[in-house]
Design a protein around this ligand. Structure first.
Ligand SMILES: Nc1ncnc2c1ncn2[C@@H]1O[C@H](COP(=O)(O)OP(=O)(O)OP(=O)(O)O)[C@@H](O)[C@H]1O
Ligand code: SF4
Ligand SMILES: [Mg+2]
Length: 352
């Protein structure tokens, strides 16, 4: 959703398009060559809840391996959840199959992280963008496809005459525009963009983010925008969910998360965001996290962040903190009153 600088906008409607509840994806860990035995599971996603309103952008951020892509793949049905619900307009799409599933999938499309590997090098741009019409011919009967693809090229800022070219003839930014055009081909309502700019040069990243912003207004899209860079997410998101080791640990509007974070992990991530103003840079507090992210096959008991948290106490190892408004902020009003999965949540201004 387009924003004016520094002004946080609230979600556009109240009825969510997507409601995700208790989403889980465990990948079995097996041993043995002839007879495979399950000896455990990689808990890639382990109980994720969020909502996405019409016209809204939800940013999901977190370090590498925390489960962002796995969430994305489940939303577009590239992976089946181990447990949990993904409700689209009130209907749990994880239970659908056949025609009903196909109809829903049309409305939820994905833009992938790497524009170099996600486009088939042997297909022309026209065939790549028009490929979804093979599965959904009702959207564009054969005779109209070329014109539709050219219109899409134009919409994403590429010359419609490039329709017969191959991916290698384009730059990274242009390839991502092709990926976005393919995502738009079926006129979806929701686009799940999995780190859509992180493989691109910094100079091109803003152009692609601006394009996504413009397309959102033009096509009334809702976005789930995944990134590990908090600064990129802020530009485009209405609300942000911060992920750590398979769970969302804090969620709120962009102003709540960036200016009034209450979870130690969010505070640490924010303290690492580059600050252009040298004066502000000097005055902000850097929080250096010790240790590595634990293995999702064997997450810590209680709070998963406790092995790296400078505030961890005994209770943190014993009790899983719920993602809810912490008791100390409940009913007080103001920006600290948002969901944060921490037993000892405290407001901390990290970025001056
Ligand atoms: N098919 C799979 N089988 C086993 N483990 C997997 C599989 N896919 C992902 N994982 C594991 O699940 C965890 C989450 O992976 P995921 O790709 O969702 O993370 P991510 O947050 O997208 O990371 P990145 O920022 O590096 O893209 C990782 O530990 C990963 O190794
Ligand atoms: S619950 Fe404990 S370990 Fe977890 S973030 Fe809060 S203080 Fe840190
Ligand atoms: Mg990923």
């Amino acid at each position: 959703m387009a924003k004016t600088a520094g002004v946080a906008e609230k979600p556009v409607t109240t009825e969510p398009l997507l409601r995700v509840r208790g989403l889980v994806k465990h990948y079995p860990l097996t041993q043995g060559i002839l007879i495979k035995r399950q000896i455990g599971a990689v808990k890639a996603v382990d109980g994720v809840d969020f909502e996405l309103g019409a016209g809204e952008t939800l940013g999901i951020v977190g370090e590498s391996g925390c489960g962002k892509s796995t969430v994305a793949k489940m939303l577009v049905n590239l992976e089946r959840p181990t447990a949990g619900e993904i409700q689209y307009k009130g209907e749990d799409i994880t239970k659908l199959s056949g025609r009903a599933l196909k109809a829903v999938r049309r409305n939820i499309q994905m833009v992938f992280q790497d524009p170099y590997t996600s486009l088939n090098p042997r297909m022309t741009v026209g065939d790549i963008i028009g490929e979804p019409y093979e599965i959904h011919p009702e959207v564009a009967p054969k005779g109209s496809r070329r014109a539709k693809v050219q219109e899409l090229l134009d919409v994403v800022g590429l010359n419609p005459e490039y329709i017969n070219r191959y991916p290698h003839q384009f730059s990274g930014g242009q390839r991502q525009r092709i990926g976005i055009a393919r995502g738009l081909a079926l006129r979806p309502e929701i686009i799940v963009a999995d780190e859509p700019v992180s493989a691109l040069d910094v100079s091109v990243q803003a152009q692609v983010v601006n394009l996504l912003d413009r397309l959102q207004s033009e096509f009334h899209l809702s976005y789930v925008f995944i990134a590990h860079d908090l600064s990129i997410v802020r530009h485009i998101s209405d609300r942000v969910g911060v992920m750590y080791l398979g769970r969302i640990v804090e969620t709120g509007t962009d102003a709540e998360i960036y200016e009034h974070p209450t979870h130690p992990y969010t505070q640490a991530l924010l303290s690492a965001v580059p600050v252009p103003d040298p004066d502000a840079r000097e005055h902000r507090e850097r929080i250096i996290l010790s240790g590595d992210v634990p293995s999702p096959a064997n997450p810590p008991s209680g709070c998963r962040f406790r092995t790296r948290c400078w505030k961890a106490r005994e209770r943190c190892a014993l009790e899983v903190p719920a993602l809810a408004v912490p008791a100390e902020f409940r009913g007080v009003g103001g920006p600290a009153e948002h969901d944060s999965a921490c037993h000892f949540a405290e407001e901390k201004h990290v970025v001056p």
